[in-house]
Write a protein that binds this ligand. Structure first.
Ligand SMILES: *Cc1c(COP(=O)(O)O)cnc(C)c1O
Length: 451
């Protein structure tokens, strides 16, 4: 087989998600109630999540069937193609074979619809009328708005204010899909009003927008909350990426030597990498799993493994994860989706146990690789995705230097058609690297809650 696009038919789409909780040798410490500091039970979560998602959150069943109603919508863009980046290989003069799993074909433009659809579905089935959520760069907000529209739910999106101002077209997209978009901090919630009182010009942050959305959901019985990353059930839904990729590699007669993904909260990376981890644990295969984050928000590479809140106001359960501290204010780098202070607990545990190698890159190197990729493959990566591209390029160059014919596969989490202002900045030479200063990191970590 010597194809460039490796495709699966709709009939070959996976029928179940893969749950890594069945296989990891160590599970992360449980989330704790923000007030009592006792492990949270299903009843604590029931005010903001449907029971089916709460069950998935704690399940240790290896395979969770994907309901037909969800598969029906997945069919709009799934199975997504696995594409061999032949022109990039040539440009790099590498003996390595480079493949990317292209999630940009989703109608929302990224992998986020893979979980937005099941989340809207399970809420709908349990009688919920409206979902509240936050969005950073706007990808999650547009995916959830679309999924809510498909199932006849209302959707309110608290959008980090700086993104609201910088990315007006993402806002338009959410509104086209029927979402209500509110710049955060807003005066609609206690958390928002407190932030505005402290700083009327606050640019907002993902952690703060989460506080607003959770507060909104807690106060209305017809409303639940939805999160686009970090939680176990989100990672579970995203495993369809890795499951399809494995089937596609098998079709092409390939074994992945290196699997790469960018990491914000960890959902696309985990969804891509965990099915490989299954084979590593249960079949003894060897794949290097590399998670790439920005040096400006280096959660896995420099954060502390500790209990921390998921949001700024401290409304969410305490989550055991690598964290930069919930008060960490990420600089305005362009990869908005990679600016969260924490990371998914399952990914953190797998990293601590040595299954995953985290690396961090500055944004100049990242955009340089993104341009190289775009000019050879014709696809403009989202700035988040460009972190994975940069790692694939680096590994392909290492193969050239070592004369090694490895198979490199990366998760192409989304296209960058709404991020052209960032590319403008790069092309004008105006992009800066922001390595996080150590004293700032220590200051943010000093605020970690005592448990
Ligand atoms: C949101 C987003 C990310 C980061 O989120 P993860 O949960 O780490 O996957 C990466 N790429 C794209 C295109 C995104 O929209």
């Amino acid at each position: 087989m010597n194809e460039t696009k490796i495709l699966l038919s709709e009939a070959e789409m996976p029928e179940a998600w893969y749950n890594v909780q069945a296989d990891l040798p160590n599970l992360p410490k449980p989330p704790l109630h923000p007030v009592t500091k006792q492990p949270v039970g299903p009843e604590d979560l029931a005010s903001i999540f449907p029971m089916e998602l709460i069950k998935q959150e704690a399940s240790t069943e290896k395979w969770i069937p994907i309901p037909d109603e969800i598969r029906e919508i997945y069919r709009l863009w799934r199975p997504s193609p696995l594409i061999r980046a032949r022109r990039l290989e040539k440009a790099l003069d590498t003996p390595a074979r480079i493949y990317f799993k292209y999630e940009g074909v989703s109608p929302a433009g990224s992998h986020k619809l893979n979980t937005a659809v099941p989340q809207a579905y399970y809420n709908k089935v349990e009688g919920i009328k409206r979902l509240a959520t936050e969005t950073g760069a706007g990808q999650w907000g547009s995916a959830l708005s679309m999924a809510c529209q498909f199932f006849g739910l209302e959707c309110t999106v608290y959008m980090v204010k700086v993104s609201y101002q910088q990315k007006p077209y993402r806002r338009s997209l959410m509104q086209i899909f029927g979402g209500e978009v509110i710049p955060s901090p807003s005066d609609r919630t206690e958390s928002g009003r407190r932030a505005l009182a402290a700083n009327p010009d606050s640019p907002g942050s993902l952690g703060l927008a989460i506080s607003e959305a959770v507060e909104d959901a807690v106060h209305r019985p017809d409303t639940n909350y939805a999160l686009g990353s970090v939680l176990n059930h989100v990672l579970l839904h995203q495993t369809i990426i890795g499951l399809e990729t494995k089937a596609q590699l098998a079709k092409a007669g390939e074994q992945a030597d290196i699997a790469i993904g960018c990491c914000g909260g960890g959902s696309n990376f985990s969804g891509f990498a965990f099915p490989f981890l299954d084979d590593m644990i249960n079949k003894g295969t060897k794949t290097r799993l590399i998670a790439v984050e920005p040096t400006a928000c280096p959660t896995l590479t420099r954060g502390k493994l500790a209990y921390d809140f998921g949001d700024v106001a401290g409304l969410t359960p305490l989550i055991y994860m690598y964290t930069l501290g919930k008060d960490f204010m990420p600089p305005g780098i362009h990869a908005g989706g990679l600016r969260y202070h924490g990371d998914a607990p399952l990914l953190c545990q797998a990293t601590k146990d040595g299954f995953i190698e985290p690396v961090a890159y500055g944004q100049k190197k990242v955009f340089e690789s993104a341009i190289l990729f775009a000019r050879n493959e014709g696809i403009v990566p989202a700035p988040e995705t460009a972190h994975a591209v940069a790692c694939a390029v680096e590994q392909a160059i290492a193969c050239r230097e070592a004369g090694e014919r490895k198979t490199i596969v990366f998760a192409f989490s989304g296209h960058g058609h709404f991020d052209l202002a960032a590319y403008d900045n790069y092309l004008a030479g105006e992009l800066e690297d922001y390595p996080l200063p150590e004293d700032e990191l220590q200051k943010a970590l000093a605020g970690l809650p005592q448990v």
